[in-house]
Design a protein around this ligand. Sequence first.
Ligand SMILES: Nc1ncnc2c1ncn2[C@@H]1O[C@H](COP(=O)(O)OP(=O)(O)OP(=O)(O)O)[C@@H](O)[C@H]1O
Length: 338
Amino acid sequence: MSKKKTILRVDGFSKSYEEGKMAVDHLSFDVKEGEVFALIGRSGCGKTTTLKLLSGQMRPDGGSAYIFGERILGPHERLLAGHDKIALVEQDYNLFDYQTVADNIKYPIRRSSKKYQEYRLNELLRICQLEDYKDVRPKELSGGQKQRVAIARAIADEPPVLLLDEPFSHLDMALRSDLRRMVKNIAIEANISVVFVTHDTHDALSMSDRIGVMSAGQLIQIATPEEIYKKPLNRYAAHFFPHCNVLTSDQLKDLDVNVEKGHYMARPEWVKVVDAVEGAHEATLIHIDYFGNASYGEWKVSDKCHIWVHHDSFSTFQLGEKRSIILKDNVEWWKLDD
Ligand SMILES: Nc1ncnc2c1ncn2[C@@H]1O[C@H](COP(=O)(O)OP(=O)(O)OP(=O)(O)O)[C@@H](O)[C@H]1O
């Protein structure tokens, strides 16, 4: 990925809606050609504002963004807000309700030849799996179908950059997985750089080449999905993934782990349950979150030390069962920044 060209560069974006409260605070990052970049962070941390600034729809208070080295103009500097090389799909899709799916998709290329419009339309209907809905109006479509139309329309004119705000928020798990794949394929096949905002850590992990973790308007960590998962910077970044074990050095003493003062993390699959070990603290299974393909057990080691453990789908652990908890071989508690 590092050898690829930088397409988009954000340099010190800042924006506040109210005095003294920064929605986006000196944000800098870049996105490479064909790269899928996810922005994750708690509600209100500034993700949507970042996309609006990037798309040229909102004026930054400070900083600039560049596409192919050219500064992206704000709405105060252009007749029409936005940039023709950047497509933004917002949470409400903004489809034309009284036009068919085909007309919606062809809108950005309406000035091209009829032959090209038909060729491109058929290609987009195929890529976005919308062949059966060509003549339907958006109000007759489900949320997932509307979302696909919005994405097809956004990429009709082959923009080098696609921005997606919570692209899969209204979809069920099966559709989500199809659409993730579709967006990833679009990035690879059409070499489009995608920046998307999500609350969903599965979307971020499975789709992106890199993830930026936002907190209070700032990017606190930018790394590959694997690095964000295994080596999060701090407790905030660690807790994006559920059933995360974050313990203090003091709590870890109850697991016979002696480390320097601070907070430490272990993912639930880094830990294993073994037959009670003599001299070790006994752990009692007090809760199970069942997911079908796996479950997560909450094991109480002491009043102040509870550990989540990933159990495979063949696990037969019962509530109240007593065992010992240890880290798997070759795994260590990961030290978090304070
Ligand atoms: N139009 C606005 N007027 C005033 N404050 C706003 C406006 N839009 C956003 N904000 C504030 O700016 C901050 C960042 O909002 P933003 O929508 O960018 O966050 P977000 O991370 O996308 O949130 P969510 O995940 O809930 O969509 C929040 O504190 C929000 O309340």
